[in-house]
Ligand binder design. Structure first.
Ligand SMILES: NC(=O)c1ccc[n+]([C@@H]2O[C@H](COP(=O)([O-])OP(=O)(O)OC[C@H]3O[C@@H](n4cnc5c(N)ncnc54)[C@H](OP(=O)(O)O)[C@@H]3O)[C@@H](O)[C@H]2O)c1
Length: 246
């Protein structure tokens, strides 16, 4: 027979784990199935966040979430296709009950190969890299404001006007526009205490960056998360925590 003392201890244990759970901060990462997205999720889980992994292939993000749970982390998976406004709306509805304190708009595409201009490719790139993340962030506005959350938009030096080069117009335009979203929301949400920043991860060895890129995923993730801190600024553009020229 199990004594009263045992059950009292069990109840105390349960209470503690509930308290710990309540204290857990929730982070949302898009494009979380691979590359910088999954790297970011892993690092945030290590830092004590409960992580919500979003990806367009639910089975894949679920597998990733399960691998984290096996390591003892809290992780959940949700479907999100930034090319489809109805998927964005649905995903935002699904996660808006969580007290989100960090949103990392990481997912993105680089569909162009050279200097050519293909209007369809530009349109698709704008949808996935800027219009989709903008819609998603706006749908989450109430919960982001309620929790005085931080928003990190994963941009690129290729979106910097002062360093603007030629070629790949869709990608360049999309990241410049994403930087404008950062500035715009940082102003609009200042009073609500929501901080919004753009970051450049550097040139990273992912499927997008290629094998010849100079940085590891861990280095790219460190650059993304350098801006996630108590005294984080708002409305800035950073690489490795240092300001980048717009
Ligand atoms: N790697 C670099 O050198 C570099 C440099 C500067 C900036 N960045 C930026 O860093 C971010 C992550 O890039 P990465 O290097 O990790 O690229 P990656 O390995 O190609 O991963 C891209 C991620 O975006 C997701 N994605 C693509 N289309 C999507 C859609 N329609 N809806 C939802 N998710 C979608 C992909 O999901 P699927 O697996 O389903 O395709 C994947 O998870 C991007 O915003 C990129 O522009 C990267």
């Amino acid at each position: 027979m199990l004594g009263k003392k045992f059950w009292k201890l069990k109840v105390q244990e349960r209470k503690i784990s509930h308290q710990e759970r309540d204290m857990k901060k929730i982070a949302v990462v898009t494009g979380a199935n691979r590359g910088l997205g999954f790297g970011t999720v892993k690092e945030l889980a290590k830092r004590g966040y409960e992580v919500l992994l979003l990806g367009r292939n639910l089975a894949q993000v679920e597998e990733r979430a399960e691998s984290l749970r096996k390591e003892g982390f809290s992780a959940r998976a949700f479907a999100l296709d930034l090319a489809r406004p109805e998927s964005i709306e649905h995903a935002a509805q699904e996660i808006s009950a969580f007290p989100i304190s960090l949103l990392v708009n990481n997912a993105g595409v680089f569909l162009e190969k050279g200097i050519g201009y293909d209007p369809e490719v530009v349109r698709e790139t704008m949808q996935v890299n800027v219009l989709g993340p903008l819609q998603f962030t706006m749908e989450l506005a109430p919960v982001l404001k309620k929790n005085k959350a931080q928003v990190v938009n994963v941009s690129s030096g290729m979106g910097s006007l002062s360093e603007m080069g030629g070629g790949t117009p869709g990608y360049r335009l999309s990241k410049t526009a994403l930087n404008a979203v950062t500035r715009n929301l940082a102003v609009d949400w200042q009073a609500a205490g929501v901080r919004v920043n753009s970051v450049c991860p550097g040139w990273v060895r992912t499927e997008m960056g290629g094998e010849g890129a100079e940085r590891s995923i861990e280095q790219g993730v460190a650059s993304i998360l350098a801006v996630v801190r108590e005294d984080a600024p708002s409305g800035g553009f950073f690489r490795d925590g240092k300001p980048v020229e717009w």
